[in-house]
Design a protein around this ligand. Structure first.
Ligand SMILES: *Cc1c(COP(=O)(O)O)cnc(C)c1O
Length: 404
């Protein structure tokens, strides 16, 4: 995304033209950025060519998943709906892994029928349920066990998943017991050890620590895991002062780990693949002065994009057109929803805004549309895929008549 003749453009299309033609709020994705992210991700770990399973919960648009599949990725899913959409998008079942603490019998049954690569179990009860269903189908099912490595990912507490107080995975003791249990089972084949310590991780050290713990445990249980699934969680720069994850150091740590453990590595990245490909275009409805505050009320709200309200996440915002003015102001950008958390950000010394201006929220590709809702009975936005100067509608705007 850059300014071409003062007009903010996604690839070769000016945001202003998109807003006028398709109305607002509108999600736009850049195909070029997506391709670039996947290329970089592969390049970072090319010496051991991992299986990269896109975390579908970060973006569930079937057309985007199709493109991601064509670029060589598999899928990491956390529900039957996500498994169905991954298959619909043409992802081969042998490239799909299924995670989650609360898979129902129905979901396990479906996953077994589809012959996916791995069901990553997160409790003793789940292992037994998978075994029961596999037995009833006279099948041998490939599973992983998710370990909770009790590692602080040094990220927002709402998106940390690898500490012992989090609900995810099993602790070391249970893990060792379950490995033994699986060895004695006729219907379960233990193929994988999986972990996922959190999201938006920008420090490589928690990953290094996690690998040291894995190494120790694998030694202890003395089981040959065909796959080691390291999860996702790689962070991106939402703000100019965010530091960048050191992929080199992570890669070095994995290579060291692989010297002792000859396994195929699986990754489950979501945000790092799709996060910075997406932009939410919105329009200023009103500007309201209240005491010393200037509220900018835009027509996108927390139902369209929930990360700021849900996690206190901060996202850059940019005007669709750079004006020839030196007048700068401070604005509090809010949506129309009846919640005080329906606030996007505070813009400091921002170019002066007017009603009907277009303004964009950056880096909304991950956990944007997939977390959207119909709260306040607001229809969900349209989604567009931009390729060069081409615009493709990849999901239609919901209409009021769909809701009422
Ligand atoms: C959410 C999730 C991911 C993806 O996390 P990102 O931070 O988007 O890379 C991967 N694996 C599991 C099990 C998850 O729950």
């Amino acid at each position: 995304m850059k300014y071409i003749n003062k007009k903010l453009s996604i690839e070769k299309v000016a945001v202003e033209n998109i807003a006028k033609k398709y109305k607002t709020p509108t999600y736009c994705y850049s195909y070029r950025q997506l391709k670039e992210n996947i290329r970089n991700f592969k390049k970072n770990f090319k010496s051991f060519s991992p299986l990269i399973c896109f975390s579908v919960k970060s973006n569930t648009n079937v057309n985007l998943i199709k493109e991601i599949g064509k670029l060589g990725l598999g899928a990491d899913v956390v529900s039957m709906g996500e498994l169905m959409i991954a298959i619909k998008a043409g992802i081969k079942p042998k490239k799909i892994v299924f995670s989650g603490v609360g898979k129902t019998s129905n979901e396990i049954d479906y996953a077994i029928d589809k012959n996916i690569l791995l069901i990553n179990a997160e409790s003793e009860s789940e292992i037994k349920e998978i075994e029961r269903i596999a037995k009833s189908k006279k099948k041998k099912v490939h599973v992983g066990i998710r370990l909770n490595p009790n590692t602080d990912a040094k990220t927002l507490k709402q998106i940390s998943t690898g500490k012992k107080e989090n609900k995810f995975g099993v602790n070391e003791k249970t893990f060792c017991e379950l490995v033994k249990y699986c060895k004695g089972s006729k219907n379960i084949i233990l193929k994988c050890l999986s972990v996922h310590i959190g999201s938006q991780i920008l420090d490589h050290r928690p990953y290094e620590k996690m690998l040291r713990i894995l190494d120790k445990i694998i030694n202890k249980v003395n089981h040959k895991f065909e796959f080691i699934d390291l999860g996702g969680g790689m962070g991106i720069s939402y703000n100019n002062n965010d530091k960048k994850l050191n992929y080199k150091r992570y890669n070095i740590a994995i290579k060291k780990f692989l010297k002792n453990n000859k396994s195929k590595i699986i990754f489950e990245p979501g945000r790092s693949i799709i996060g910075d490909t997406g932009t939410l275009v919105s329009k200023v409805i009103y500007i309201k002065k209240s005491g010393r505050k200037n509220f900018v009320i835009i027509n996108a709200a927390m139902n369209d994009f929930m990360r700021p309200a849900l996690y206190g996440a901060s996202h850059k915002m940019l005007p669709s057109v750079k004006k020839n003015t030196n007048s700068k102001k401070t604005y509090e950008v809010v949506g129309p929803i009846c919640e005080s958390t329906d606030k996007f950000t505070t813009l400091k010394s921002f170019q002066e805004l007017e009603e009907n201006d277009f303004i964009v929220i950056c880096d909304v590709g991950a956990y944007g549309m997939s977390l959207s809702s119909n709260y306040n009975l607001r229809p969900k936005p349209i989604e567009l895929l931009i390729k060069g100067s081409k615009i493709k509608i990849i999901r239609k705007r919901q209409k009021h008549k769909d809701l009422v």
